[in-house]
Write a protein that binds this ligand. Structure first.
Ligand SMILES: Cc1ncc(COP(=O)(O)O)c(C=O)c1O
Length: 402
């Protein structure tokens, strides 16, 4: 589509007809293979951003392509009016490998969180009473862009201009146990936590904080909900990030990497909690359709292969060490943080400039909050490509950092 047009021509036409909601880079990506992507002009980039933690198996992973092709030839969409075999198969894989007993499928992270808010309120009302409806989330969190999920998001910049916002939301500081205690009470229906805040700057929740949140939720009959939209599905080197802490939630939301690039979201819950939803209580036309869940099954089949996560842990530790060496070489300040292949490198200055020069040199990364370089490489990335990325970063810092 739009073959033969230059990048400038495509952008020019796009500005005429596509709504202006994104601060986009002046480039288009039209082809991918493994850890590499190509733009319209044929320039090749090492993709250490993976469409914001979506293409976790890299681009055009054969088993994913094959699953999508095969399913498209059979049937792409039916409806949740009927049972969908692939949806059952994907739910079985998720349930078998998590704390959860039941899954609701949707199409995005925001929609998964919206579902979780609704389930938590329904559960609280059915089991306690109408008074129990408040939702606590964390400052600096990110949970999505629908009206309820941007209210759940603990950053006012996403909320400005959209008043009146839904009511019943409040915020506590990450890793501040006393602060969290002060926010949770009899009226609390749910507490939302990203085990690693992604958009907020790659900030991990401490184990003690997660344990305290679990204990407080148990004390007050509130649901502990983990948003693993960005950090889940293998990104940290385990299937789910919560597994590192030993703290299991009551509900968890997923999206991004779950479909290998095909839009899908999921909300997982224990049986006890899931029972609060009955037919007609919640729905999504596309949710868990045959195509998306075929892709989801293929993704899980790859990453659940024996040895896959050990490989991710080993190669991500290698990458993190390389970043730490650069951080120390250039004295950039705060330590590199995160886990597995969701890593943040705090730089006190020049974040956007570093990202831009990396791009010019063929490495795609981004910068969150203006000063945290964020790395979300494909889980399949190998050491030679990691070395290449580290080499480009070294060159860029050599040029820009003083
Ligand atoms: C932790 C987290 N939750 C929710 C979302 C929203 O997901 P989506 O953009 O698919 O609605 C994101 C997106 O970046 C996210 O990082």
């Amino acid at each position: 589509m739009l073959e033969g047009l230059s990048t400038e021509e495509i952008i020019g036409r796009g500005k005429n007809v596509v709504m202006n909601t994104y601060g986009r880079l002046p480039m288009t990506l039209v082809k991918g293979d493994g850890v590499w992507v190509w733009d319209t002009e044929g320039k090749r980039y090492l993709d250490f951003l993976t469409g914001l933690a979506v293409n976790s198996l890299g681009h055009n992973y054969p088993a994913i392509v094959q699953a999508i092709q095969a399913q498209a030839q059979e049937i792409i969409h039916t409806s949740n009016i009927y049972w969908i075999p692939n949806q059952v198969a994907l739910a079985e894989r998720l349930v078998k490998n998590s704390f959860a007993d039941k899954v609701f499928f949707c199409n995005s992270g925001a929609e998964a969180n919206e579902s979780a808010i609704k389930l938590a309120r329904k559960y609280a009302k059915k089991n306690f009473g109408a008074y129990k409806c408040e939702v606590v989330s964390l400052e600096n969190s990110f949970h999505g862009r629908t009206l309820a999920t941007l209210t759940l998001t603990g950053q006012t910049k996403y909320q400005e201009g959209y008043d009146p916002l839904p009511v019943g939301f409040s915020y506590a500081a990450l890793n501040d146990i006393e602060g969290l205690k002060a926010k949770i009470g009899e009226n609390t229906a749910a507490v939302f936590i990203e085990p690693i805040q992604g958009e907020g700057g790659v900030i991990p929740a401490e184990i003690e904080f997660l344990q305290a949140a679990r204990a407080l939720c148990d004390q007050y009959g509130a649901l502990l909900i983990f948003d693993e939209v960005q950090c889940g599905v293998g990104r940290t080197g385990k299937l789910f990030a919560y597994e590192w802490s030993g703290v299991a939630p009551d509900v968890m939301t997923l999206a991004k990497a779950l479909g290998g690039g095909v839009p899908i979201g999921a909300m997982l819950a224990t049986d006890k909690v899931a029972q609060a939803f009955q037919p007609g209580d919640h729905a999504s036309t596309f949710g868990g359709n045959p195509l998306a869940t075929a892709a989801g099954c293929a993704v899980l089949d790859v990453i659940l292969n024996e040895g896959f996560f050990e490989g991710v842990q080993e190669r991500s530790a290698y990458f993190q060490k390389g970043l730490e060496q650069l951080a120390s070489k250039y004295q950039t300040g705060d330590p590199v943080r995160g886990r597995g292949f969701i890593l943040g490198w705090p730089v006190s200055k020049l974040g956007p400039e570093i990202v831009e020069v990396c791009r010019q040199k063929g490495l795609l990364i981004n910068c969150v909050g203006g000063k945290i370089l964020r790395f979300l490489p494909p889980l399949i990335v190998e050491k030679p490509e990691i070395d290449k990325a580290l080499g480009i970063l070294d060159e860029v810092f050599q040029e820009l950092w003083q």
